[in-house]
Each structure stands twice: as C-alpha cells, then as structure tokens.
Design a protein around this ligand. Structure first.
Ligand code: F6R
Length: 247
C-alpha cells in the first residue's frame, strides 16, 4: 500500500486526479470505478480542468459507480446519478450511455444487483476504483459487520443516515431507506484502488483501515490485502497514523 501525504484538499484533489489521468492516458478505453460524496468533488474538478486543457480525452472511457439510492430517479438532485452528471460527466466528453450507476428505480433488488454485477463483468472489470471512506471505515455502502465476500447488494440505510438525509426531501416518505452498493468483492477485484481521505473525522478510520486488524468491523481494512492501493490523505486524516509513528 502506498500512502501519499498532502497538505490540503487542493493538493489531494490534484494528486488523485493525476493518478486517474495516468490510467486514462495509458489506457484510453479504461473503466473508471467512481465514488460520490464530498471527498472526490475536487478530484472531478481537476479531471474536468484537464479535459478543458486538452490533456484528457474521455471519449472511450467507461465508468461504474459504487452505489445508488433505491427509489430515486437520476433526475432527482439527491441521486448519485445526478451527482455524477453535475460533478463530472457534464463537464467532460464521456459518453453518458457508457457511465453506469446501479438502477435505483429497479424494485426487484435481486435483479438490480445481478444486472449491475453483469455490467461490471461485461465492461471487463474496473481498472481503477476511486474510494472515499466513512468515519466508521465504510466503503461504498458496505457498513461495519457486513461480509467481505459480497458482490452488489441491497443495504438498509441506518436510522441516522435516513434522518440526516430527511432535510433534502419534502416528506419522510420520499427519503430513501435503502441503497444498492457494489460489495467488497467487486471493489477488491479492481486492478487499482485509489482512496482519498481528508479531515480529522477520518483519522480513526484511516488508522484502523491501514494498520489495524483486517476485520469486517472496519470494512476498508480489507484493502490491506489488495496488491495495488494508493491512499492520498491530508495531514488531518493522517494525524493518528503519524502520532503512532507509522508514517
Ligand atoms: C460514495 C460512497 C461513500 C463515501 C463515504 C465518504 O459513493 O460510497 O462510501 O465515499 O461515505 O463520504 P465523504 O467523502 O462525503 O466523506
């Protein structure tokens, strides 16, 4: 595992974007595994800037995203499809028909998940998977305690996530209660993994994931077993690791 320490969010975003750009340049028809959340927003900005400058061409790139809320249409501004369109896809020359997120409108969860696994397989697997990390060590919607060997599956959102999301919706009925997420097995099958972490709220999870025991209680700890992981993290996120003299 390679850990790159950066000073701030801008440097983190530039570093992560450069790594992804390297994959696109060496394999123009690569498959990007993408994430939502606040951590990768700056990375997407940087990738869009590289496209604007003529450094990157996304015309042959395909992408698969980690997760999507069940019940949300891609036009809903809380959906992860909407997030990806507005934060990246609308700003580069990627063919949106070749960008995939789980189908949140598919009510048959077995079908939604099997279809998504098939999409990942049919595009030939993921060349580089970008990940954020939750304060509890989750990756995608793989929360502590879930089996490592799962592929795409449906998860029940925790009460606290549902409550936190409630402010974005007009009524409680509209707030998603479930999500479809790639499983740890899909993530571990990616050729390369790039994890970005920023801020002190990630320090504990990052320490446990990188240096603690490998356990489903800290989902990201499984990454210790992957052969090609790069972590880009700022000083706050690396604080505990540094305090323990590990970096
Ligand atoms: C996003 C995802 C989540 C986030 C994680 C960190 O698709 O699956 O695992 O990566 O919750 O979120 P932020 O970056 O908002 O701290």
């Amino acid at each position: 595992m390679k850990v790159i320490k950066v000073k701030n969010y801008e440097e983190l975003s530039r570093t992560a974007a450069t790594i992804i750009a390297g994959v696109i340049l060496s394999k123009p028809d690569c498959i990007l595994g993408l994430a939502t959340g606040s951590s990768p927003v700056g990375t997407y900005d940087q990738l869009a800037a590289m496209y604007e400058e003529g450094i990157l061409d996304f015309s042959h790139v395909k992408s698969v995203n980690l997760d999507e809320y069940v019940g949300l249409d891609g036009s809903n501004d809380q959906s992860y499809r909407y997030f990806m369109n507005t934060n990246l896809f609308d700003h580069v020359n990627i063919d949106k028909n070749k960008t995939y997120v789980p189908n949140g409108l598919e009510e048959d969860s077995d079908k939604a998940c099997a279809d998504y696994n098939e999409i990942i397989r049919s595009v030939g697997g993921i060349d580089i998977q970008l990940l954020g990390i939750g304060g509890n060590g989750h990756i995608g919607f793989n929360e502590p305690g879930e089996a490592f060997e799962k592929e795409t599956h449906c998860v029940d959102l925790t009460e606290s996530t549902i409550k936190a999301n409630a402010r974005f919706f007009e009524s409680m009925d509209e707030v998603p209660k479930q999500a479809y997420t790639m499983g740890i097995k899909n993530i571990m099958a990616a050729k390369k993994i790039l994890l970005v972490a920023t801020g002190s709220a990630k320090a504990d999870a990052l320490y446990k994931s990188l240096y603690g025991p490998i356990t489903p209680n800290v989902p990201a700890s499984i990454l210790q077993l992957h052969q090609d992981v790069t972590v880009v993290a700022d000083e706050d996120a690396l604080r505990l690791i540094k305090e323990k003299g590990l970096l």
